[in-house]
Design a protein around this ligand. Sequence first.
Ligand code: 13P
Length: 256
Amino acid sequence: MAKRTVIANWKMHGSRAEARALARGVRRLLNNRFAAVEVVLAPPLTSLEVVRQAVEGSRLLLCAQNLHWQPQGAFTGEVGADMLRDAGCSHVIVGHSERRRLFGETNAESGRKVAAALDASLKPVLCIGETLEQRGGGRTWRTLSAQLSGALKSVPKSVSGSLAVAYEPVWAIGTGKNATPTQVMEAHGWIRRALKRRFGPSEAARIPILYGGSVNPANAPDLARVPEVDGTLVGGASLEHRSFAAIVGAFSEREG
Ligand code: 13P
């Protein structure tokens, strides 16, 4: 597996001035350190441009938090993949549990978004994860399976290297209760096997599987050591540049 990836998902937080300061802070702290990690910032749409300027000339990459699957048209409030590329994004988060839970995004819609992102040469970061109720009811694998197959149905085998998957158990997001390394190992192992069935072993090996859910500087070293963890998607702890940089540092430790 190549570089690990650490993504800051700022969600709906911050003014442009705050986004600029945060991006500059991350850039300054990372400087030339932790070069083994791909570092990606996902600000709100309104701050894409100031963050693009703040990271210009550095290795930091820009990510959107959502997209629409149509390239253009009468879709008030939506933004298409080509527009995000034009705004400087290389990545886009798809199917985050907040989109699914609060805005009714379905597996089929996530699939259309993945396809649209790939068409525009944007790397989709497909988020999947079970609720506490699904886990408690023994439906974790069934849930992940439906999310994966729904979203990856139309992805050709040859582009699997342009895709990332994030395992984000819903019960671990924003709760301060991260999945344990054992739970993460089990889930990522399951996801890797599912990807092998879908894409074949060599293509599946090129898809990074990130963990997300209450990652912070204290638990990052243990999570980074788990086999099959190729990076992380960080929410709350990415809103402070020192804690985000510490997480990047933890993920630079693991041997590839
Ligand atoms: P927290 O790190 O705040 O739990 O959020 C995780 C997440 O949803 C990242 O996409």
